[in-house]
Design a binder for this molecule. Sequence first.
Ligand code: FES
Ligand SMILES: [Fe+2]
Length: 480
Amino acid sequence: MPCTAAEHDSPLTHAGHGAAVAQPLHFKPATPSDDKLRSLVRPDRIHRSLYRDPAIFELEMERLWNRTWLYVGHESQIPQPGDFVTLVLAGKPVVLVRHRDGAVHVLFNRCGHRGAVVCNEDSGNTKLFRCLYHGWAFATDGALQGVPLRAGYKDCLDLKDPDLGMVQLPRVESYQGFVFASFSPEGVPLSEFLGPIRRHIDDLVALSPDGELLVTGGVHRYEFRGNWKHQLENLNDLYHPFFSHASTVREDGRQFKRRSGDEEGPQIGSGGKAGGANPSKAFDEIPLHAFAQGHSYCGSMPFSDKRSGADFERYRALLTERHGEQRTREILQPDWHNAIIYPNVVIQSAAQHIRVINPISVDRTEILVFPVLLKGAPDKINRDVVRYLNVSHSAASLIQTDDLEAFERIQTGLAADGFEWLVYARGIAQDTVQPDGSTTGHLATELPMRNQYRAWLDHLAPTSAAATAPATTTPTAIQP
Ligand code: FES
Ligand SMILES: [Fe+2]
């Protein structure tokens, strides 16, 4: 289909006394109907407009991102009362903040007076947020606290109106310190939204000798010129590593060692003349699991389990003390690699990190990668997590950059008119529905992508009236 049909307002408007005033042209992309949206997602193919049409991007924000649960941040980023971090969530400025009573709130970073962004820092600690324009001040739960020259509002404005504060997002919940929020007061509780994908958060927590994660190791932040869905698809795409990342692999098919203590690097290719670009059969055998809500995870990569060194042995001993031998072995060799919590966060076991997807426009996306440190682990083990990410997932890393190049090439290639479909058929005949309702597959299947677009359709062109029900509940906060 053509990207969008465009309508525009008249370029001339008459203002008072018949005077014609030139107005800018306002092009409005046509909103696709629900039937049209359904026609764009086939079981084994996706229409290119899902990556290129600004009207579809707007609908994604309105019907998916504004209604589902979104990951906001981790409680360890705001340990003390008054601690805050700011971010953009589904295009809107918000603040994650701990109030003086210890409760965690997610507030619109917007002044109740004339709408200015109130807090301009990335993070910090404060007793009050004060707006730079006219000095209105807000408590860390968002309540309007101070109004300069207050008498001027006497008899004309109720300053107790909660809408004049920094308004709280209607729903905020936390799981193991992972804070999620929703712009919609309606919808399933967080526990139901996460479902079985919760297990991967538990597994990350289990890596900590004290049972606590610290998302305090900084952040890698970068943008690519492409649609946000390229990144989500890629993280359970087992078909690409031998080719996209061939430059990181030696002739025997092994990649570089990623961590100190690792005795060998991951076996990415199968070796031979083509080296890294010679596909390894092992990737075809990695299982993939897809769940309702669009979540999925892939089994563990063929990384070496041979890790040694004094710091690692000290770390292993701490875990063994807490969990015993058998469980410690399982904890250190998790049976998964990337777990996607659709649509905005992915956690990884090997290079312990939280990756957040922040769509900017239909063809521009920001990514934030936070190393996950382990409370109670030797310093060297935590420093290794940061070093690992510097090498593998930073904007200047050896691996992530390959993927970003692929995303930009797709975005550019999709401009070619007359070729309408992207193919996601791989392994579809082997998709197996399990008794618990999840779907499994292997053969480096494109099941996770098919699953993401099923969830996408459930949000964008829902068949039940309940999915579009209006909002009615009051805001929630996470109590200490
Ligand atoms: S816009 Fe914030 S005080 Fe006026
Ligand atoms: Fe990759």
